[in-house]
Design a protein around this ligand. Sequence first.
Ligand code: SAM
Length: 328
Amino acid sequence: MTGLYDSFNRPISYLRISVTDRCNLRCIYCMPEGGVSLVRHEDILTYEEICAVARAAAELGITKIRLTGGEPLVRSGLPHLIRMLSKIDAIDDISLTTNGTLLSHHSAELKSAGLKRLNVSLDTLCSERFKLITRVGDNLDEVLEGIEIAKTVGLNPVKINMVVMAGINDDEVTEFAAKTVEEGWHVRFIEMMPVSHGNVMSRHFVPADEIKKRLEVLGKLEPGPPIVGNGPARYFRFPDATGTVGFITPVSEHFCFQCNRLRLTADGKLLPCLLSHEEIDLKRALRQDMSTEDLKELFEEAVARKPLRHFLAQGHPPPDRPFCRAGG
Ligand code: SAM
């Protein structure tokens, strides 16, 4: 058996890298209104350090990288990082998760640097609500323009991720789903997790089954083929739609049995699981000039420490590590 496997025989091929804990939005389920305490600039991994980690990971069997944050596009020179990562032979897929606010300016450069595909977090199609949910943004139009430009430059697929909240945006699920028919959008409905600020918001939780039921007014959802990506979504399609409807159910039906990933925080901690307290400090190793072989050993340690299930599935309290630091 080649490649990287954890103690439960799950193949580990995917690394999510948070390039910054800074974000230009303050989404109500993600951050407190005043923001979170930020990592010092000097504690954030440099692009060279991120690439050193990615090279070690690739030698072990990681083939896919997703860049996230915070908001990855607020960190300057992101295309430069993508260019460096795409030179690593074994890495065959580089993707990005973004709130889309800066996308229209950067799509072309991201694509030419080697970015393949994109997830855009978008929770409403209504300007007033966009302001309410993000607490900052008056820029829904910029996000929508960014999505179109990203498609035009050839980023494919562009998936739209919506965190559904009862009484806040749940009345828009049919409008989002209709876009899979009218405009070929790939929409994924995400259950809000009781972590980060999601804890405070838990009364707004909507299970995916309920969302699916509400979409019946648009027609029958048929199981669809998985679209490119390594994610945990279950995909469906309306007859004649070119786009897809996906459901991501970390709460009502966890998908830990197919977990294939590790996460690297902006300050260089390797997380065996988004929702565990465990972290392995790679920054210290990198700054003590450890060799690639030493980094690989730390990586293998993180893989060995991957839990079978995350805390929600085990009834443990959540880690108080904000999503923007861990890279949601
Ligand atoms: N700024 C980028 C963005 O907006 O996509 C990347 C970082 S953001 C933390 C990544 C994803 O985490 C977003 O899709 C966001 O909706 C999701 N997220 C944050 N807090 C969440 C929560 N409590 N439950 C579910 N998803 C959450």
